[in-house]
Design a protein. Structure first.
Length: 276
């Protein structure tokens, strides 16, 4: 089964997500440079805080707590250094620390060194430079998991639509490299079953074809910026996760090779990319 990740800094929502079967509660502290590179796009800018990490840590008991920090940076008058930020996240209870938007081998080495085995170290691969350096990056000891960020990577590669990276083989090539190294990996986000520009069921089948182990539940899965009633959120999460697990039960009956003939989404991606 996929490890499902849900982004929230609300302790009550985190508890609802955990009860629904979400595996990882995702507190998102990244904001440095994000506004600029995603300018004009309909994306989420969470800018959660260390206080949010501590509050969610108290609320969840079974789910892992994943914290996305900022890209590697030095201290300025506006923010603390990466060392201070990562240390604070771990001290506040992070089980997994995610490094976004890295480009160089040295950035990854520095990140791994700061985490220093105190939490799982997860890389979020979402730049062309990281792709170009991926073979050398994968030689670094201490990488516990890798997630491919389809949105930012598609922007960096000049794609019109993020799922082009699934259709054109980019994600598959990366997954093969990760698998050969024995590093668990996941990619992108998924909407609820039957929803999304590319329906979630197509994307879930791609996860199984490619041997992925994790996916983020997207904003459209349960948009807590629009829905504030906790009972409605709880029901939506419970229903949505149950539907995903039901589909996964069917997927697990087949080998990865079965899904080679199930790639109907490629034609849909092509039409969306061409603006049809």
């Amino acid at each position: 089964m996929l490890k499902l990740m849900f982004i929230t800094n609300n302790p009550k929502t985190a508890m609802s997500a955990e009860a629904a079967g979400v595996d990882r509660i995702f507190v998102d502290m990244e904001y440095i440079g994000k506004d600029e590179r995603q300018k004009g796009l309909n994306t989420v800018m969470s800018h959660h805080t260390i206080e949010d990490v501590a509050a969610v840590r108290k609320a969840v008991k079974k789910a892992e707590l994943l914290v996305r920090v900022n890209p590697i940076h030095e201290a300025t008058s506006d923010y603390t250094s990466s060392e201070e930020e990562i240390n604070a996240a771990i001290e506040a209870g992070a089980d997994i620390v995610m490094l976004p938007y890295f480009k160089t081998i040295d950035e990854v080495r520095r990140f791994i060194g700061i985490v220093n085995g105190r939490a799982k170290a997860m890389l979020l691969l979402e730049t062309e430079s990281a792709m170009q350096n991926v073979d050398r990056i994968l030689e670094i000891e201490g990488i516990d998991e890798i997630h491919i960020g389809l949105n930012d990577l598609s922007i960096d590669l000049g794609k019109k639509f993020m799922f082009e990276l699934l259709a054109d083989g980019t994600v598959e090539k990366l997954c093969l490299k990760f698998r050969k190294k024995g590093i668990p990996y996941g990619f992108g986000g998924i909407a609820s079953i039957g929803n999304g520009a590319v329906p979630a069921e197509y994307i879930i089948k791609e996860h199984y074809r490619l041997g992925s182990r994790a996916a983020i539940l997207s904003r459209s899965f349960c948009n807590t910026a629009m829905i504030t009633d906790e009972d409605i959120i709880k029901r939506a999460l419970r229903k949505g996760v149950a539907e995903i697990r039901e589909l996964e039960g069917e997927c697990e009956k087949h080998s990865r090779f079965f899904f080679e003939n199930e790639r109907k989404f490629i034609y849909l991606v092509d039409r969306i990319s061409r603006g049809e």
